[in-house]
Design a protein around this ligand. Structure first.
Ligand code: CUA
Length: 200
């Protein structure tokens, strides 16, 4: 295929569009507002780009797939592995399963001022997870692992709610998160006994 003629056609078209645009009368005030809205769009795109590049803020599901129907047979999300664990590197990992109409486990104790990696999977339909008054919110899409790392700055009791309509029991779908002062929190014993991290 010949590139040159296409290039020529494109530049001709561009020139045509430019002259047409210049021919349109745009009021001075209108021009000002067009510029302002373009600047605002530019600002937002810039913020998103900077967050993605420097703060690692990405869409929640990093295309890590999992078989929803056999979660109980999977190593990572088998019943014994759910809840809070400390892996070999000292990283606190919370694994939870969402299913109509609850999060399992129903209650977790986590330390304050500590990076926590939450890993969620759904065993049936689309759910969401949201902790009010924190920045933590993600969808839990069946077939994918949703992962978020967050820090709770202050101890307290937090509800963990489903925020995607998932059926008639949707508004009863919640768990409790107890955030405990760092010095009072003890790693669950089962983590050291099991110590399996199947993140590989
Ligand atoms: Cu689960 Cu709404």
């Amino acid at each position: 295929m010949q590139i040159e003629p296409i290039k020529q056609k494109c530049s001709l078209l561009m020139r045509e569009v430019c002259t047409q645009l210049q021919a349109i009368h745009v009021d001075q005030l209108e021009r000002k507002w067009i510029t302002i809205s373009l600047l605002v769009i530019g600002l937002f795109v810039g913020i998103i780009t900077l967050d993605a590049l420097f703060h690692g803020i990405n869409p929640p599901s990093k295309v890590e797939t999992i078989e929803s129907a056999s979660l109980h047979l999977s190593q990572e999300f088998a019943e014994d592995n759910l809840g809070v664990q400390v892996d070999a590197n000292g990283k606190v990992v919370v694994r939870m399963v969402a299913g109509r109409y609850s999060f399992f486990p129903k209650h977790i104790d986590v330390p304050a001022e500590t990076p926590l990696t939450f890993r969620w999977v759904s065993m049936d339909v689309l759910h969401g997870v949201h902790i009010p008054m924190t920045n933590m919110s993600t969808m839990i899409v069946p077939g994918y692992v949703a992962e978020i790392t967050t820090v709770f700055p202050k101890p307290g009791e937090y509800p963990l709610l489903c925020n995607e309509y998932c059926g008639l029991g949707h508004n009863h779908m919640w768990s409790n998160v107890s955030v405990i002062a760092k010095e009072n929190w003890k790693a669950p014993v089962k983590s050291s006994a099991k110590g399996v991290s199947t993140n590989e």
